[in-house]
Design a protein around this ligand. Sequence first.
Ligand code: SF4
Length: 191
Amino acid sequence: MLKLRVTDIKQYVFCPRIIYFTYVCPVDKKATRKMEYGKEAHVELDQLEKRRKFKRYNLSAAERKFHTQLFSERLGLEGKLDMHLVADGEIFPVEFKYTLRGPSLNHKYQLVAYAMLLEDIYNKPVRYGFLQLYPKGEVIPVEITPNARMFVKEIMQKIRAMVRNQIFPPTTLRKSRCIDCEYRNFCNDVR
Ligand code: SF4
């Protein structure tokens, strides 16, 4: 079974072609300014987060765990989670996202995949997690539903089938995604 990363799930939901460029026909991608800014802002956010209270997560107290490397042999999946909270015997994944719009579906399913990894490691169900959006500082709760878990598993199956059969997928239908895409130079059919 091909071992996948949680970021593969995020990328597949954004545009399946990115997975083709990652696993089937690897290319030297160009880092965008948005990505570089995102990395710097992440470091500052860690520092800020340590000084904040837990009210924004609707918790009175919790233990914060930053940048934990997670792996599940059962799922064939690994990833490094921005933060998770341990409170009253429950576990909550938290992902920091730089976005001026709002959370998107790829962010949601990335968080669900992290929740599935935490469930395997802690051996207990994760009911919900949080997307923390910056620079706005909003905290959005995301319910980890059976359907969402199923969707993540389906994506993993599709990714493995794409890699196994070397399928070149069509471009995303949402062309606005191509504007700031680090793979744009390799998509000759994108205008
Ligand atoms: S440029 Fe557009 S079609 Fe090509 S990989 Fe990026 S998002 Fe997908």
